[in-house]
Structure formats: structure tokens, C-alpha cells
Write a protein that binds this ligand. Structure first.
Ligand SMILES: [Zn+2]
Length: 425
């Protein structure tokens, strides 16, 4: 049982009543492209929404010195002019709840998109656009829940509640880390990441590695006598696949529930500039998922040794292997945590099923709350298709369902005095 001051019917009706506005809001958010470095327009829109909900809104700046934090990712851009957005309500000493979403989206390759990724369209109940799934659909879900609660009783969202919209979840985690270092915390954190209405409890360690090898290049006429950077790339990738198999030989719990948790993704391959020139340089950008007993530095060393072996042991004059972006720790929240039970009970009472709990071979900013602060944090959000890919989309019905669940949870949390007031399912 989950106690709530509102009946299920009241909650579902309130959410349904605000749904059209949530779709409009999501369209506006998606249309504001917020790839790393260009988050401002979308963050300004989040500020407007939070202000309209009655939250006090402030910009949370990120100091360049965050890069020196032992838990930071390696930034690729300055934080000048870039910021998290925080909406708060007054605290009265009762249990606090933080909703955390990331505003950044990953870049687009338009070739296989059937629509403009930044001109969102709705088709058959799905909204298409970059970030519709990961994770602006989650922002829409959370704002829908808050608006529905406000329409029932503004008193339910006017205290002990905050919403944080962070940058750089997709590359470093430094947005959330900076906010934590500035004391922006709560007793419980919910991240409305796209989880297909499941409860996401954990993720693996992730390290990004950048490789560049200089070759000198030359005329195509002599390419049979020169080292071919493209062929070298192929051999490096083949050896990386062997390394990947070793990583996946015996995954650590709880990630042993996943068939192949530790993926090495070759995200960027860059070779030459001209058909009749042998390329002068090979660049690779890798995302390596790995077990927690292997450190980020170990991963960089291993990639470095794979590449230098292929180059003949010497390493080559222009060889550079370095970490960039993610240096993320693995994390997991026990499925027995009261927060998991509470979200599960809220969902069950409204929709008839307890959401499946799972871990994935990826990461989220929940890791900082769980690992560094010991705060229960989980991801719960809409059903999506093809996030990070083309024709990314979110199921609008799942936004409505997830919002009702979140609204019921928030109401029970606020009125019941936190997690302790919410009985198990
Ligand atoms: Zn995400």
C-alpha cells in the first residue's frame, strides 16, 4: 500500500489534463539543440518551466577546477558561460527529494533520419527528435507530474522538493559532480532517464580513450610501400575485440545478469583528407565499459599496449593514447532499497504491474549520489526507441503513465514524511 492524499482517479485525470501541455513542452525542449557546449537555449527554457511551477530558480556555475576533482571526467570544453539550472522550494526540515535530469544530448548524423531531428514530430503516439528519448522525454514526464500535482494541490510541491537540470551527463558527469560539491543534495534522488518504465538500479565503470598515431603519409602511388593507417586501424580494432572478450569472460555481480556488459565502442575513426594521399594520421575515440577492478588508468595502459604492439613495439613517433571524457565508477542500488519499493508500489497501484528492476552496461549520474553520498538514487522514465541513434523517439503514453507514477510517489513522499512513511508493496 502507498498512502497518497489523492485517489488514483484524481491523479490519472490530473496527469491526462496536463498531457497536451507536456507534449508542447517536450517539442520546445527537443527543438532547442543542446549538444555539449550548446546547452544554454534549452537550459533557459527549463528555467522558465521551473519558475512557472513556483520554484526559485538559479544557475549553478561549474568551476574549471572541477577537472582536478578525482571523480571528474576529463572536460573537452571550457565551462565559461555554461551552467546547471536548479529549481528549489523552501525546506521545512522534512525529508527532501531531488529530481535530476541531464539537458545535454548527443550529436546527430542526419543521413538516416527521416525527419529533422530538431523539428520534433508526433507519429502514432511517438515523438521523434534528438533527445526525445535521452532524456528530454524524462523532463516532460517530471514536469507533467509536477504540473498535475500543482493542479490538485499546490501545497504538495511547495516544499522540500528540487529539480536540477545538469550538463555533461553524456561525456563526463561533471555537471552533477559540481552540483554535489556545492552541496546540492537531498535525502532521495530520482532521475527520469529513459528506462522503458523499468527501474534502473546500476551501471558499469566507463572510460573514454583517445588514440592518435602519426604516420607521415605520402602519395598514393607509393601506398603499397607505406604503412596504411586504415589497415592499422583494422588491426587495432580486431585486437580491441579480443580485449573486450577478455573483459566479458566473467562479469562482476550484479552485471553478470547482462550477457555482454562491457562493450568497447569505437565511436570515432578519423583518417586522411584526400583520396590520392596516404593518411598522415589515424585518430580513434573509444568508449570502454569495464569491470570495477580494472582502473581507468589500466584501460588506457592496455589500449596503449595494444596499439604499440601493432605498430611494432616501439610505439611510433606520433603515438598518443590518453583519457578524455568519462572516468566513471560503477554503481548499483540494492533492489531491496525502500526507494525501489516505493516507486514500484506507486506504479503497481496505478498501472497494475510492479516495474522490473535492472542494471545496464552503461552509466548515469546516479552513481555520484549512491557512491559518494550514500543517498538512494534510481532512474525511472519513459519508453524510448533508438536513443543516440537516428529517428530517436519516445512513447508519449509512457510519459503519461510514468508521470502518474512519479506524481503518486512524490505525493506519498511529501505527505507521508519521506520513504519511511511509504509502506512496502
Ligand atoms: Zn541519459
Amino acid at each position: 500500500m502507498i498512502r497518497s492524499p489523492f485517489s488514483n482517479e484524481q491523479l490519472l485525470n490530473a496527469v491526462a489534463g496536463e498531457m497536451e501541455g507536456a507534449v508542447q513542452l517536450l517539442k520546445e525542449l527537443v527543438s532547442r539543440n543542446s549538444v555539449v557546449g550548446e546547452e544554454r537555449g534549452a537550459q533557459e527554457f527549463v528555467e522558465e518551466i521551473l519558475a512557472e511551477l513556483g520554484f526559485s530558480v538559479e544557475r549553478v556555475l561549474i568551476a574549471e577546477s572541477i577537472a582536478q576533482d578525482s571523480l571528474a571526467g576529463v572536460p573537452s570544453l571550457s565551462y565559461e558561460g555554461r551552467f546547471n539550472v536548479l529549481g528549489t522550494t523552501p525546506r521545512d526540515g522534512g525529508p527532501t527529494l531531488l529530481l535530476n535530469g541531464h539537458i545535454d544530448v548527443v550529436p546527430v548524423n542526419r543521413v538516416t533520419w527521416s525527419t529533422d531531428p530538431f523539428s520534433p514530430v508526433v507519429r502514432d503516439g511517438w515523438l521523434y527528435g534528438r533527445g526525445a528519448g535521452d532524456m528530454k522525454g524524462g523532463f516532460a514526464m517530471a514536469f507533467l507530474a509536477l504540473r498535475a500535482l500543482r493542479s490538485l494541490d499546490p501545497g504538495v510541491i511547495d516544499k522540500n522538493l528540487s529539480f536540477l537540470s545538469v550538463i555533461e551527463e553524456e561525456c563526463t558527469g561533471n555537471g552533477t559532480l559540481a552540483s554535489i560539491r556545492q552541496g546540492i543534495v537531498a535525502d532521495v534522488v530520482v532521475l527520469p532517464e529513459p528506462t522503458d518504465l523499468r527501474i534502473l538500479l546500476g551501471g558499469i565503470p566507463i572510460t573514454w580513450v583517445k588514440v592518435s598515431v602519426g604516420f607521415g603519409g605520402g602519395h598514393a602511388e607509393s601506398s603499397d610501400r607505406l604503412a596504411s593507417p586504415a589497415d592499422v586501424a583494422g588491426r587495432i580494432i580486431a585486437d580491441l575485440r579480443r580485449f573486450e572478450s577478455r573483459l566479458n569472460a566473467s562479469p562482476n555481480p550484479p552485471f553478470d545478469t547482462i550477457t555482454h556488459p562491457y562493450n568497447i565502442n569505437v565511436g570515432v575513426v578519423h583518417l586522411g583528407e584526400w583520396a590520392s594521399s596516404v593518411p598522415g594520421e589515424l585518430k580513434l575515440e573509444l568508449r570502454v565499459g569495464h569491470p570495477s577492478e580494472i582502473s581507468d588508468d589500466d584501460i588506457i595502459t592496455e589500449v596503449s599496449s595494444i596499439v604499440s604492439k601493432i605498430l611494432g613495439g616501439a610505439g611510433g613517433p606520433g603515438l598518443k593514447v590518453q583519457g578524455h571524457g568519462f572516468r566513471a565508477e560503477g554503481y548499483s542500488l540494492p533492489s531491496s532499497d525502500r526507494l525501489v519499493k516505493a516507486i514500484g508500489a506507486a506504479h503497481h497501484s496505478l498501472h497494475g504491474n510492479v516495474p522490473v528492476s535492472e542494471v545496464l552496461g552503461s552509466t548515469t549520474d546516479a552513481r555520484y549520489y549512491i557512491n559518494q553520498l550514500g543517498i538512494p538514487a534510481l532512474c525511472f522514465g519513459p519508453i524510448v526507441r533508438n536513443m543516440h541513434g537516428s529517428n530517436e523517439s519516445v512513447d508519449l503514453r509512457s510519459i503519461e503513465m510514468g508521470a502518474a507514477t512519479l506524481a503518486k510517489f512524490i505525493a506519498a513522499y511529501q505527505f507521508g514524511g519521506g520513504l519511511r512513511g511509504i509502506e512496502d508493496a
